[in-house]
Design a protein around this ligand. Structure first.
Ligand code: ZN
Length: 212
């Protein structure tokens, strides 16, 4: 019987670049779950290390429970791309507002919906608080062209848009969380992130239909 011991080469999850030892040879480790000393060494060299989770780790080669690595070059490229996107978004949002709707009575002090040039044609509004963009709401565009009467809602975090699911009391269609029944309700979703079973807000209880 010969004994078999798993050896793995830790490498960049983006480009495959291997971690090397002091002599420049590929480093061999017994498992993808790395030890603290190696994590610290990699971080000091500019690698991004997302530590694995021993609780879900199913073995030495487990890619889910193991550490995930990004080499310095890939991490730098990703950060440059994120910076470029940050600048693009900031420039886009800095364009003059052509229309502003005050939603402070519905969502609280400082909340507005705004449109810039071209947004009206897209049935799109930015959800802002004190002038900072927190999300957007827009009529859903059908595949064949034309717009739904239901509204999509997206919350903005840094450079990423996250779809805000419609809660039960404000769905465009029953049992479908994809679209909200009205613009201001969609904005309410972005502003307050209500739980799925939330009550309809007071200002929306008088009528089913909301303003366009
Ligand atoms: Zn890489």
């Amino acid at each position: 019987m010969h004994s078999f011991r798993m050896v793995l080469i830790p490498q960049c999850g983006q480009c495959g670049t291997a971690v090397t030892d002091d002599a420049g040879r590929d480093l061999l480790v017994p498992a993808r779950l790395l030890d603290g000393a190696l994590r610290r060494r990699l971080a000091a060299e500019g690698w991004e290390v997302i530590p694995g989770t021993p609780r879900v780790n199913r073995g030495p080669a487990d890619t889910v429970g193991g550490d995930r690595l990004t080499c310095p070059a890939c991490a730098g490229r990703r950060e440059q791309a994120a910076d470029a996107e940050r600048r693009r978004l900031a420039a886009d949002h800095a364009r003059p507002r052509v229309k502003t709707v005050d939603l402070s009575a519905k969502l609280g002090e400082g909340w507005t919906l705004t449109q810039r040039a071209g947004d009206a044609e897209r049935h799109c509004w930015l959800v802002e608080r004190d002038g900072a963009v927190r999300g957007r709401v827009r009529r859903y565009r059908r595949a064949g062209g034309g717009f739904s009467t239901g509204w999509e809602a997206h919350a903005l975090q840094d450079i990423y848009w996250f779809r805000q699911e419609a809660v039960a009391c404000a769905q465009h269609r029953p049992n479908s969380s994809y679209l909200w029944s009205g613009r201001d309700l969609a904005a309410w979703g972005v502003a307050t992130n209500p739980p799925y079973g939330a009550d309809r807000p007071e200002w929306a209880t008088r009528t089913r239909k909301d303003t366009a």
